[in-house]
Design a binder for this molecule. Structure first.
Ligand SMILES: *[C@@H]1O[C@H](CO)[C@@H](O)[C@H](O)[C@H]1NC(C)=O
Ligand SMILES: *[C@@H]1O[C@H](CO)[C@@H](O)[C@H](O)[C@H]1NC(C)=O
Ligand SMILES: *[C@@H]1O[C@H](CO)[C@@H](O)[C@H](O)[C@H]1NC(C)=O
Ligand SMILES: *[C@@H]1O[C@H](CO)[C@@H](O)[C@H](O)[C@H]1NC(C)=O
Length: 449
């Protein structure tokens, strides 16, 4: 049975992600080894694509009482693939980001465009790709669900669509951390710390690559939404773009997204991992209420400029109270001008402004607006990286779970250390239009023809 599954994985090929289907069998979990065969050998070792590394050290004896995401992927596997050269993917059967071809020897730098730069046809194509991803079951990955995180025996790995796997990853990163049977805090592995921008960069790369493979177009690049000159109006919240919405927040019927369900919605108690998906349905549909919460607004180009002036990537204590920290200003816990007053701004404020699903941050990735917003946040991250010539050695030492320099960003396979996301995006095969105009004025009316 295992052999059959492994052969199946070889036929399908692997990619970058988490909970590879092929590793979530009872046999693989019992052996604690996630080193799938590629062309007949573990991690494609015979073709020199990768090696099965046993490098995880168990630091906590009784796994049962500790968070399954701690020291990723330690609590699931002792061994996993480490890919060589330009190879990538959980079985090293694919290429690293930025590389293509059978031998992964073709390098490309894709250009991410502002969504209003796309022609009508390009835009509709993007929406239809998202729709396809929303309704296509992932061949490579499964998601974790449980109503009781304290008991590993209740954990289940179930099918999900490609887009839902993407949403699930974000949700999974945000659940409170379990230590010695107690939920210690609401801090998360991907937010409120130095891993924030790099982790989200990795998440977008995952989706971009998944869509490239799904549609068979390695030139597909995610668009971004430069909201810096929006003057508090979401000019893409209309029929031509992401869909209009009614007073209740429902997306207009002619939109691609009007009937999208939100995976992991409902069941917000700390014990559950995406309880609703287990029952095979989405509790809520996608909702959007831009500008309806009077306490929110779209950040301005002045906010963006102020954010980018901070020279330190992050500062002690490396959380949401960090002062004079580029990361914390970008994430939006401090006023970007003085760098210290508690404030909801930038990234956080835009989530709130869009409202509905986007303002429930754990499930916010269900809304494609999340992609456009985070792709812009990533552009600002990139502007800062280039301006400050940031390299992985500038990633700060810190003690926050999930945010440490040498920790593998959870829940991705193969391991990418947090510090490695702090470098020029060309390393990962992409850049953006108008790098020198990161606050660009776009027509309020649909661009392109
Ligand atoms: C796959 O394995 C076969 C048999 O070992 C070998 O002849 C072939 O070159 C391998 N293919 C690749 C792409 O490495
Ligand atoms: C875990 O909790 C138990 C009882 O609450 C306690 O005796 C034990 O020392 C704790 N272990 C750690 C590592 O904190
Ligand atoms: C996390 O936040 C939720 C909602 O604010 C709260 O109900 C819960 O008690 C918090 N959990 C912990 C462990 O702090
Ligand atoms: C921004 O919007 C306000 C209110 O709708 C309007 O009065 C103002 O002229 C706008 N500013 C710009 C620069 O468009």
């Amino acid at each position: 049975m295992l052999l059959l599954l492994l052969l199946l994985a070889v036929a399908i090929g692997g990619s970058h992600g988490q909970f590879p289907r092929v590793c979530m069998t009872k046999e693989a979990l019992d052996s604690e080894i996630c080193c799938p065969l590629w062309n007949g050998s573990e991690c494609g070792v015979e073709a020199m694509r990768g090696v099965c590394l046993n490098w995880w050290t168990r630091t906590l004896d009784d796994n049962q009482y500790y968070d399954d995401r701690l020291n990723w992927p330690n609590s699931y596997f002792r061994s996993s693939c480490e890919c060589l050269g330009n190879y990538g993917g959980f079985d090293c059967g694919k290429c690293k980001f930025g590389y293509y071809g059978e031998n992964c020897d073709r390098q490309k730098t894709l250009v991410r465009h502002e969504i209003r730069e796309l022609s009508t046809i390009e835009r509709r194509r993007f929406f239809s790709y998202l729709t396809l991803a929303k309704y296509t079951i992932s061949k490579d990955y499964v998601i974790l669900v449980t109503g009781d995180r304290h008991h590993r025996s209740t954990y289940k790995f179930i099918d999900a669509t490609i887009y839902d796997v993407f949403s699930w990853i974000h949700y999974y990163s945000m659940k409170p951390i379990l230590m010695n049977s107690t939920f210690t805090s609401n801090t998360s592995y991907a937010h409120q710390g130095p891993a924030f921008p790099g982790w989200h960069r990795r998440l977008l790369l995952f989706l971009e690559r998944e869509i490239q493979e799904l549609i068979g177009d390695e030139d597909f690049a995610l668009p971004y939404y430069d909201w810096s000159h929006e003057n508090n109006t979401c000019s893409i919240c209309n029929e031509e773009f992401l869909g209009s919405n009614d007073l209740q927040g429902n997306i207009g019927g002619s939109s691609y997204f009007s009937s999208w369900g939100a995976i992991c919605s409902g069941y917000f108690y700390t014990d559950a991992y995406c309880r609703s998906a287990e029952r095979g349905f989405h509790v809520e549909n996608l909702l959007r209420k831009p500008g309806r919460d009077p306490k929110t607004r779209i950040p301005t180009y002045q906010d963006v400029e102020a954010t980018l002036k901070w020279k330190m990537f992050d500062t002690e204590p490396f959380d949401k109270t960090s002062k004079s920290s580029f990361r914390n200003a970008l994430e939006g816990y401090v006023n970007p001008v003085d760098g210290k007053t508690t404030d909801r701004n930038m990234h956080n404020m835009f989530h709130g402004y869009i409202g509905g699903t986007m303002s429930q941050v754990p499930i916010s990735a269900n809304d494609p607006m999340f992609i456009l917003h985070h792709a812009y946040i990533d552009k600002l991250f990139e502007v800062w990286i280039r301006k400050n010539k940031a390299t992985p050695d500038k990633y700060p030492n810190n003690q926050h779970l999930g945010h440490q320099r040498l920790e593998c960003a959870m829940p991705f396979f193969p391991c990418v250390m947090n510090k490695h996301m702090l470098q020029n995006s060309a390393v990962y095969g992409y850049t953006f239009t108008y790098m020198d105009q990161y606050c660009r004025l776009y027509n309020q009316v649909a661009g392109g023809s």
